[in-house]
Design a protein around this ligand. Sequence first.
Ligand code: DX5
Ligand code: ZN
Length: 225
Amino acid sequence: MIAPSILSADFANLAAEIAAVGPSDIDPGVDWVHVDVMDNHFVPNLTLGMPVVESILKATDIPLDCHLMIEDPGRWAPPYAEAGAYNVTFHAEATDDPVAVGRDIRAAGGKAGLAIKPGTPLEPYLEILKDFDTLLVMSVEPGFGGQKFMPEVLEKVRTIRKKIDSGDLRLLVEIDGGISASTIEQAAEAGVDCFVAGSAVYGGDDPAGRVADLRRLATAVRDKH
Ligand code: DX5
Ligand code: ZN
């Protein structure tokens, strides 16, 4: 799955930017649109919130993958699911009770995702992952697009992939940060299902072409296995 992050898109033209990676006569388009919500507290950057997400939901049929880099997700995350976001991911570091937050997101009709920063170990969360639909492994420090991919986080992807392949767990493994044509293959090799890419998709003038490149590279790795 490919999920372009609109963080690197033109915020004054979001509908057109999303349509540019959407389905066309010759292309099925992207799987999810990744929407980065930042509150300037959990991360040192501020982006957009519910009103903009509600407008995006009206502008596209592509499922929205909302990545909440915010404090107090217990209070703020469920409304995104209620509004119609397909997958709602919050940070493990932002709450003492991730299971409760995930449960509330699901009760509001969304898929629940747990995100972990590059320095956050996976082990303390292994037990609760059965209560989630998505694990988002950050491969840069959350907050900004265009940063350098951190290959060391792939160890966490390999660990979780093994558990999924052995039937111990069922969830989608997503990676976010620094994914481009030069890094996507190693992430695919480690066992990622869903690739978020911001600057690699929206940094040039042919977003749909860049998505097609990324999909081709990831698919080739998958087909090899
Ligand atoms: C960073 C965001 C990412 C960001 C990725 O905190 O979570 O989704 O858009 O951007 P690139 O793909 O440019 O690293
Ligand atoms: Zn993100």
